[in-house]
Design a protein around this ligand. Sequence first.
Ligand code: C2O
Ligand code: CU
Length: 471
Amino acid sequence: MTLSHSLSRRGFLTGAAALAGAAALPRTGRAASPVGLTLAPVQSQLLPPPRPGTPVWSFGGTVPGQALRYRRGARLSVRAENRLDQPSTIHWHGLRVPNSMDGVAHLTQSPIPPGGDFDYAFDLPDSGTYWYHPHMGGAEQVGRGLAGALIVEEDAPIRVDRDLVWMIQDWRLDAKGQIDPDFDTPHDAMHGGRIGNLVTLNGQAGDRVEIAPNERLRLRLINAATARVVALDFGALSPVIVALDGQPVTPHAPDDGVVLIGPGMRADIVLDGTGAPGSTQPVRDVFYDSMTYDLVTLVHGDTPVRATAPDWDMALAPNPLSEPDLEAAQRHEVIFNGGMMGQMMMGDAAPEMIEQMRAGKMWFVNGRASAGHDGPALIEAPLGTSQVLALENRTGWWHPIHLHGHVFRILTRDGQPTARREWRDTVLMAPQERVEIAFKADNPGNWMLHCHVLAHQAAGMAALIRVSDAA
Ligand code: C2O
Ligand code: CU
């Protein structure tokens, strides 16, 4: 098996999609006219043949959706063409966009009606691994497959042999391979969200990806599931995390030996083919004790690409983010309540929350269930101020909490300073965990803060942060 042959079907498709994207999209400078991106139903072979195909919804005709690839500093210009039979939008997860381009239905734009179009155009100040998906509140549109990778290349990328996107999606299929149409069930919403029964990597389950001995890969892992947290165990291989949510981080081995990625989150890892020629290494998701499975199997080829593993530098240059001023920062307590068994942790605010539960809400931010675009803002932040949010998870569930329009530093977890003060756009909170985050409110507009378990978001776990120009 030679290296050129070792591009697996998966690798080939990813490469081809990336090339198609690169050919269609301007690498630098201003886009003359928008690139069309169609939201439409398609048939996809998620299950291996001869199992039946699955009708899904897609961006650009593929699952996952068309990968968009740009250079840092370029301008994205996309015409969203909604050919679904329901309204939709596109949100650019993790990108610091102008508020009017954020794609949040009913907050930053009207939903794009069936048959309608919407033009998104903005500059890309930050490099990294991002993704896009509709922002229509519920789990259905993402759960039916609408998600795509958005890669912004560094000015000076780190050296690797291959740069691959690994997009993880979670599907709940019936025995006939059809998507279970019962989205946002109260049971899912009260528990961990809509956890599926088939996990795909770049649209396929249980695939094999080849790696040559001593080859270096950059894997851009994107968790596009609506609810499932993944914790990837690479066995005898030694992944090194070089970026989280697109933002460079000091290269480090994963804590506890597994790469933990909540819904919405990303991790860029560097992986060297250190196994023996011909050996295989499953990449196992071990997050849920009773539901472990092999996401993919890495297969070492027979022919090393070099005599030893490379010793190339893995550190990425930081993005131009504004550093929050912790001394001067405004501080807010943000308490999350709700879910199954959550009433024990509600304390004095329980009556009001129980009242909202009668109206079908199940999750609360400072005692209030919200769609994130209705009612008063949780936080009013004058433009240019620094904000520290002390997040507290008073529930028995995991929550990936995502902030729009900004990137924040993670300062502490349960009162302990974090080792790397990493920048992120989504922070995964364990049950009962407390996390302090900080950011500079430098992007004016109405921004959502919400759980990326989409059934939690739909059942109230969302709030609004207003960054106002009028200081
Ligand atoms: Cu990935 Cu509010 O979204
Ligand atoms: Cu949640």
